[in-house]
Design a protein around this ligand. Structure first.
Ligand SMILES: [Cu+2]
Length: 119
């Protein structure tokens, strides 16, 4: 490399680094801001529900409930399958159990976070 050019190249490289460091956090913050504005309707919600277990899918860690209305997320009663959080032990449950369960998620995608026997 030509020695005379070396300091110049280094200066260019350094200024490129500085401008990258300055612009990245700013654009990151802007992206986050518009993200949270746009996702107001898709904000994560939690909800309590009750239902009867109609199927257990241990292999895929999913469960099917015939559940009552869930006003917190505006859902009518229905029978449907949910993904279940890894912390929930499906081995303790069986088809026909009446349970209370909690959900968290957004839109139409909710994951079961806990399951306990209904009184
Ligand atoms: Cu449902």
């Amino acid at each position: 490399m030509d020695d005379a050019h070396y300091p110049t190249l280094r200066a260019v490289f350094a200024s490129a680094l500085i401008s990258t460091a300055l612009t990245l956090p700013v654009s990151g913050a802007l992206a986050q801001m518009s993200d949270s504005k746009m996702s107001d309707t898709k904000k994560t919600k939690t909800a309590d529900a009750t239902g009867t277990i109609t199927a257990l899918n241990a292999a895929n860690h999913k469960i099917t409930f015939d559940h009552g209305p869930i006003p917190a997320i505006d859902w009518p009663a229905m029978k449907m399958e949910f993904a279940v959080a890894p912390s929930v032990d499906l081995a303790k449950l069986k088809t026909g159990d009446k349970v209370k369960f909690t959900l968290s998620g957004s839109g139409n995608t909710y994951t079961v976070q806990s399951i306990s026997p209904a009184p």
